[in-house]
Design a protein around this ligand. Structure first.
Ligand code: GDG
Length: 726
């Protein structure tokens, strides 16, 4: 039975060692562990990850391995140096600051990168040792970005999903990383890549387009003839767990205890891991300004700030801790009285019962990170509000703000805006509070962690199934033999050959791809065989085609079917064409040429082509979209069609297309064997128009109406070469 392998830096349990040397296994309370618990514990499924500590003794390592394996977990053991360089180093001192827009803190150290590569390979090897045909792998987060490609190299058919839990930065920030290309290539080994928000996905696609020079179509990327799908899957929480914890007698008991010691003050809650991305110092400054601006709240409202220790071996975090300690001390010293402490500050973690009591008690939750992939605390706060009172102040820089638009959304850098949001929260009527909380609860209940898991895994199944259906189309040795066999057994054969992108690879200069000796030799052999009729079917102008290939006994369908020629005949035009539309359309295209450096218009007898191959990546695509929408209605009225090709937009008569011309040839000559090769959008018309038993072959892309696909013009030339032998 095929299985699902979950991979993350940390396993869902932490192995601790008691003083007497006994190992204890502490399950993680995180949402991911809960959500994926239903997956990895089932059948022969598996979770691969680091057990969270360094094992000095071999026997302890073995003991832990055995125990973890009995619970469907496969530990990846890391040496102390690997933990320092890969985890604390590259993951937390290079990627984390860059991805959270704190690039000034990022360290670019070759030793970190080397360790990152090495440990990613280590994870990959562990996965490979368990991987069997039909299995799927779900890799999590920024610590393991190279793993998808590493697996793909060894097991090309595997189904791999990747989810990024932190933001993906805009291209201008991401590009600063010296290893940006390798990181993107690593992730692109996946079949499906998930992000929390559409913005993260957009940034990723833009980085792929600018760094790997691969554009996307509705979030789908063609990489090495594979389709990589990207999508946004905002993670949810285990809603029922937080709602029922809030109703638990132990939670209620603790709430009463805390309330008794706090008195009837209003409470603002903040809970974060100690991290510069969380905006903790700014939050303290905001609270300071609030107390100054609204002195009536002095003595009446406290900020309860839980800061969970984290990464304290990293220098930047030590500095941050000092800054927070200082600010808390200063504000408490400035405003505090014998009966009132402005800030209750805890630098430690709490058990869930306490956390839940805090959520229940808090009149306001202040979740104001400078940057956060999603942020689960704000969701947990809302889920814990059983009586639906309470107000959430939420930073627009947290992924959660995209879903929780009923919160008071703030820019954490605009301190005065946040100060006013606190005032608004404290003065909001109960009725209004209930209205907002109930709307948010409805969303969070539905989009819970289980929903997230099944959405992602369901999509991964879909993507893999579609990929496998298409894979049958790739011309392998067996298919090639059957094509050659069919070819050999027929005496009346017709070969439709597109030129650019099919017989020759693309070049930024359309004139630079003159046929070379080898190609001319193949075409000569094929066309001089009396059993063959070779038809060059191209969007190019007839003059160029004639000058390059006119000496061969081939037929021509030029300019997508405007100009036609049999090998023995003369050039003639397709009937009923009209050219009166050109001036008006040329004027429009001129506007785009004038505002798009590098673009130009090519004029053919019955069409106009706007080329943008030399235009800055991104800008060309944008202008192409503009032209297409500009011409959409005009084209219908003028009986024109607007076609999008490879870095071109072509406008021509609706009657002209390669399919119509090819049908004409087939109806006239009635061949017994038909083969058509093409790479472009315009060749799709040919593929669709030909009879069912024709061998239609798409070059490059695998998405096509053609029956088969080959990788490149080089493979085309090998296939045609095979045919010349018969
Ligand atoms: C990444 C992304 C994204 C906190 N203090 C205590 C405690 N917590 C729990 C909270 C919450 C979790 O820790 C923190 O939530 P985050 O959203 O920050 O999650 P991370 O895993 O740290 O971060 C983040 C997330 O991945 C999911 O994709 O949202 O943006 O950075 O569940 O309740 N739990 C207990 N005691 C504490 O003192 N028991």
């Amino acid at each position: 039975m095929s299985k699902t392998i979950i991979v993350s830096n940390r396993l869902p349990v932490k192995v601790l060692k008691k003083n007497d040397g006994e190992l204890v296994y502490k399950p993680s309370e995180g949402g991911l562990a809960t959500g994926l618990g239903s997956i990895y514990k089932k059948g022969n499924n598996l979770w691969v990850g680091w057990p969270g500590r360094f094992f000095k003794k071999k026997d302890k390592k073995l003991e832990a391995k055995k125990k973890l394996e009995s619970q469907n977990m496969k530990p990846v053991f890391l040496a102390q140096e690997e933990i320092t360089l890969y985890y604390e180093g590259f993951s937390n001192e290079t990627l984390w600051p860059n991805f959270h827009y704190f690039n000034q803190y990022a360290l670019y150290r070759k030793s970190y990168w080397d360790a990152y590569e090495k440990v990613n390979q280590k994870f990959c090897d562990e996965i490979l040792s368990e991987l069997e045909p039909g299995d799927k792998v779900w890799v999590h987060d920024y610590q393991l970005m190279l793993v998808p490609q590493m697996i793909r190299e060894r097991k090309p058919d595997v189904s791999v999903g990747f989810f990024l839990h932190i933001p993906f930065p805009s291209f201008e920030v991401f590009r600063l990383l010296p290893w940006r290309r390798q990181l993107l290539d690593g992730v692109l080994g996946s079949d499906l890549i998930g992000f929390h928000t559409y913005d993260d996905m957009r940034h990723f696609l833009s980085a792929v387009s600018r760094i790997c020079y691969i554009s996307n179509h509705h979030g789908q990327i063609q990489k090495d003839r594979r389709t990589v799908v990207t999508d946004s899957f905002p993670i949810g929480i285990d809603y029922d767990k937080y709602a029922s914890q809030a109703a638990h007698p132990e939670t209620l008991k603790r709430e009463v205890e805390y309330r008794t010691s706090l008195g009837d003050q209003k409470l603002i809650l903040s809970i974060d891991r100690l991290d510069y991305s969380k905006g903790i110092p700014a939050r303290l400054q905001i609270f300071d300004i609030f107390l100054k601006k609204y002195p009536q709240y002095q003595g009446k409202v406290s900020l309860m700030m839980v800061v969970v220790p984290s990464r304290d071996s990293v220098e930047k975090y030590k500095d941050l801790k000092e800054e927070v300690d200082l600010l808390v001390g200063r504000i408490n010293g400035k405003y505090g009285t014998v009966n009132w402490t402005p800030i209750h500050y805890f630098y430690r973690s709490f058990p869930l019962e306490d956390l839940s009591a805090f959520y229940r008690m808090a009149d306001v939750a202040m979740v104001t990170p400078m940057r956060d992939g999603m942020n689960l605390v704000c969701k947990e706060y809302v889920a814990s509000k059983l009586d639906q009172t309470g107000v959430l102040i939420l930073s627009e820089m947290a992924g959660a703000s995209k879903e929780l638009s009923d919160a008071l959304i703030v820019n954490p850098n605009d301190k005065h805006q946040v100060v006013d949001a606190i005032y608004r929260a404290l003065t909001m009527t109960e009725e209004e509070q209930k209205k907002h909380i109930s709307i948010m609860q409805k969303t969070l209940k539905k989009f819970n962690i289980h929903h997230w898991v099944s959405l992602f895994l369901g999509k991964l199944d879909d993507v893999t199934r579609k990929r496998d259906e298409l894979a049958t189309k790739v011309v392998d040795k067996k298919t090639q033999n059957s094509i050659v066999k069919a070819y050999e057994s027929n005496n009346k054969r017709m070969l439709f050959l597109d030129y650019d992108g099919t017989l020759v690879a693309f070049d930024s200069d359309p004139q630079a791809v003159k046929p070379g000796k080898a190609l001319l030799n193949i075409l000569d052999k094929l066309s001089s065989n009396p059993k063959n009729q070779v038809v060059i079917i191209s969007g190019r102008d007839r003059t160029t085609l004639e000058s390059w290939l006119g000496h061969l006994p081939v037929d021509f369908i030029a300019e997508h079917g405007v100009w036609l020629k049999d090998k023995e005949g003369e050039w003639h035009m397709a009937e009923g064409l009209d050219n009166s539309w050109k001036d008006e359309i040329r004027d429009i295209l001129d506007i785009y040429v004038n505002k798009t450096p590098g673009s130009f218009i090519e004029e053919k007898d019955y069409s106009l082509v706007w080329h943008y191959r030399k235009v800055e990546t991104g800008l060309g695509e944008l202008r192409a979209r503009e032209i297409i929408s500009h011409l959409k209605y005009l084209a219908v009225n003028m009986n024109l069609q607007v076609l999008e090709g490879n870095k071109v937009v072509e406008i021509k008569n609706i009657e002209v297309n390669k399919g119509k011309a090819a049908s004409k040839w087939v109806n006239h000559y009635k061949p017994e064997f038909i083969m058509a090769l093409g790479d472009d959008w315009t060749d799709e018309d040919t593929f669709k128009a030909l009879p069912d038993d024709a061998y239609t072959i798409k070059v490059g892309d695998i998405h096509s109406a053609a029956k088969y696909s080959v990788e490149s013009p080089e493979v085309v030339s090998k296939l045609l070469n095979e045919l010349t032998k018969n």
